[in-house]
Design a protein around this ligand. Structure first.
Ligand code: GLU
Length: 311
């Protein structure tokens, strides 16, 4: 393979800041600061989920409260293209994670249109579930042993892997081993952030609340790479095809789960049943094709559900 020498195009700090300000203005003109342009899935292509009106789950405190109130409060992301995006003009959320949240509400007996979505950043998910701020969380949330000590997980409903996003003019970064001395940005509290910190200590790690801020920093030469799941990065790359590209292969496994309060095993088991049913009846695939599939990656086989016992 021919490796071209990289001529670093360094943008002076002041210019970088000016570029950032210009970008922020542009983003604000589109209605939202710090995110790529919003372009959700076509509403007419989205599946309709049959609501199971007879569903009851008295053993679940979360479900009982939601039923009484008339809707679920669901935590999500708002700046992740094709996965969880909020239209700044209408306040409407869209994307694959949002579809998963909707099909789950329908299976648990409450119409998807009634869901109240709340944006919760990666670092705040466990607290939001522990405080009862949200009933469940659907937002590129990796299932792992540490988090299982704090919350419960239904699923997984999708398998992602950590990867790298760089500018089109970057020729020296092909994997995490090339990050030595380079500035790499990720969301605080995320598994990709933790992995760089633990396994690649020579990288210069920069943390923000959201990946969209990292992407703005990449476009303005404040950082050299953004790292998180490939599913998220593919969305940002697709929104700026002339400027950004993914580098190298995924270097972790990130199984996405639905976060629930840790003690609510009844809710977790019901969500596992619902996920399986929605995979069987084709809703999962239709939802994927109308959202994440728009990034150009065909529907994979959904991963097997992990029905771990209550502890
Ligand atoms: N899936 C990873 C995580 O749960 C990264 C994506 C995110 O921050 O939501 O930490």
């Amino acid at each position: 393979m021919i490796r071209t020498t990289r001529v670093p195009i360094r943008v002076p700090r002041a210019l970088g800041a000016a570029l950032c300000a210009a970008l922020a203005l542009l983003a604000a003109a589109c209605g939202k600061d710090g995110s790529p342009p919003t372009k959700g899935p076509a509403a007419d292509k989205l599946p309709h989920y049959r609501v199971d009106r007879n569903f009851t789950l008295p053993a679940s405190g979360t479900w009982t409260r939601a039923k009484k109130r008339g809707y679920f409060v669901v935590g999500a992301k708002e700046d992740q293209p094709y996965l969880g995006e909020k239209d700044p003009a209408t306040g409407t959320y869209s994307g694959f994670d949002i579809e998963i949240a909707k099909m789950m509400s329908a299976s648990l007996g409450l119409p998807p249109s009634t869901i109240h979505f709340r944006t919760i950043a990666s670092a705040n998910r466990e607290t939001a579930l522990q405080n009862g701020q949200i009933d469940y969380y659907v937002g590129t949330y990796t299932i792992n042993a540490n988090r299982k000590k704090l919350v419960g997980f239904a699923g997984p409903y999708f398998m992602a892997g950590q990867s790298l996003l760089v500018r089109k003019d970057e020729n020296d970064i092909h994997g995490p081993g090339d990050l030595e001395g380079r500035r790499v940005c990720s969301a605080a509290g995320s598994t990709p952030y933790q992995r760089i910190q633990a396994d690649y200590p020579k990288a210069v790690l920069v943390g923000y609340d959201t990946y969209s801020v990292c992407v703005d920093n990449l476009l303005t030469y404040q950082v050299d790479a953004v790292t998180t799941d490939d599913a998220i990065l593919i969305g940002y790359a697709a929104k700026a095809p002339g400027e950004l590209k993914l580098a190298g292969d995924p270097f972790s496994k990130e199984p996405y789960g639905i976060g629930v309060p840790r003690s609510d095993n009844a809710l977790r088991f019901a969500l596992n049943d619902a996920l399986e049913a929605r995979q069987r009846n084709g809703d999962w695939k239709k939802a994927y094709e109308a959202t994440l599939g728009l990034s150009g990656v065909p529907a994979p086989h959904p991963p097997a559900i992990d029905r771990y016992p209550a502890s």
